[in-house]
Design a protein around this ligand. Structure first.
Ligand SMILES: CNc1nc2c(CCNCC3CCCCC3)c3nc(N)[nH]c(=O)c3cc2[nH]1
Ligand SMILES: [Zn+2]
Length: 372
């Protein structure tokens, strides 16, 4: 097998369906990748993640370099063996989490020095070290070490930040060891400025990557602005490479971004919401702490195959949440991950059948039917 490859299976308007081939198996796209921050999709076993139909998960340089340490993960056989996850893993490169999680940090042209949010110990990430860490973790998809430009930022600030990330992208490409079934993705920056986005795409495609992520979005710009940036950026990307929109998003965001040519997604929403008692359903979001569920014998979502919906009532899940029972977040997380997988499956089937617009409208209409 050559380097990691994406091949198209069908298109419908701007939406596209395809297959991503990796060293750890093939993944139908569009794909939602559950976030497995510290080597685990929180509150889920690897078997339960697989049961949802999820094929590919995220790991993270920042968390795993701090604990248990990248070299230790390698000594434990890598992330796949350690977590008993034998499908593809994409790891983020750490820059985003350093900027959003760590306390004291100092950015310079060569990298970033920061203190661990866990024990305050000092650490440094450079493009080369980030690539090395992701190799030690065993990632199928490695992300370039970048700076996610803060929002809002002036055009000048955005240009400086983007150009630093482009210089780091070239260093990542040089440091990455090519292997069959593995790939390095570039990350497009440029904030909300079309000319800077175009400059970033040109710089990355000049270097050449197995896939292209759109970074610097879902940072507070709002859905309309995010869509506007996608409309200006996605058409500039090579049609034969996968496109990954980082950190997105709500079910509604996913539909809109698939419509604009995105193939891959990750977001903490389904897992984090599972731990904050919120359930995504075909009829909108439910807050399971709400007393109205206390004697409701209906399932979270009648159309859902997950154990929470097949075996339990809203009343039981409401009780678990109120009683602060660990099974509550487990069942809600499982359901939310299942909901996201079911959603992506429906979108993919609709693209292949040429009825994406109709399917998107039907899904959105379902959310309007106030959850009974
Ligand atoms: C939520 N919005 C958002 N996320 C972004 C992320 C993070 C994507 N999710 C990674 C997981 C987070 C939890 C731990 C495991 C890794 C971004 N990452 C990078 N490298 N660059 C971005 O511009 C970048 C931009 C992002 N915007
Ligand atoms: Zn369910």
């Amino acid at each position: 097998m050559s380097a990691l490859r994406w091949t198209a299976a069908g298109t419908d308007g701007g939406a596209r369906a395809g297959v991503l081939r990796t060293a750890h198996g093939t993944v139908p796209t569009p794909v939602f990748m559950p976030v497995g921050t510290a080597g685990t999709v929180k509150a889920m076993t690897a078997d339960s993640v697989r049961a949802t139909g999820a094929r590919m998960i995220l790991g993270n340089t920042y968390h795993l370099m701090l604990r248990p340490g990248a070299e230790r993960v390698a000594r434990l056989g890598g992330l796949h063996r350690m977590a008993d996850w034998h499908g593809p893993i994409l790891t983020d490169s750490g820059g985003f989490q350093v900027m959003s999680l760590s306390g004291l940090r100092k950015m310079d042209a060569d990298g970033v020095t920061f203190r661990s949010h866990i024990d305050g110990s000092a650490h440094r990430l450079t493009p080369e070290r980030s690539i090395e860490i992701q190799h030690l973790l065993g990632a199928d998809v490695t992300m370039c070490f970048d700076e996610c430009t803060p929002f809002p930022a002036t055009e000048a600030q955005t240009a400086t930040s983007m150009r630093l990330s482009m210089a780091w992208a070239a260093r990542c490409r040089a440091a990455f060891v090519p292997r069959d079934g593995y790939g390095l993705f570039g990350i497009v920056q440029g904030g909300v400025f079309n000319a800077l986005r175009a400059e970033s795409v040109a710089a990355l495609t000049e270097i050449g990557f197995e896939g292209y992520a759109i970074g610097g979005l879902a940072v507070g710009e709002g859905q309309a602005e995010m869509y506007r940036v996608l409309e200006a950026t996605v058409p500039l990307l090579p049609a034969d490479r996968p496109r990954y929109l980082m950190g997105v998003g709500t079910p509604d965001d996913l539909i809109g971004a698939v419509a604009r040519g995105i193939d891959m997604f990750d977001c903490v929403l389904p897992t984090r919401s599972g731990r904050t008692a919120r359930a995504y359903t075909s009829r909108g979001v439910l807050n399971m702490r709400n007393a109205r569920h206390a004697e409701d014998l209906s399932p979270l979502d009648p159309d859902c195959p997950c154990p929470a919906c097949q075996k339990h009532s809203r009343a039981y899940i409401h009780h678990l949440i109120r009683a602060d029972e660990i099974l509550g977040p487990m069942l809600l997380t499982w359901h939310n991950i299942q909901y996201y997988q079911t959603l992506m499956g429906r979108l993919r089937a609709a693209i292949l059948d040429g009825r994406f617009t109709e399917e998107a409208a039907a899904i959105r209409a379902g959310w309007q039917e106030r959850a009974i």
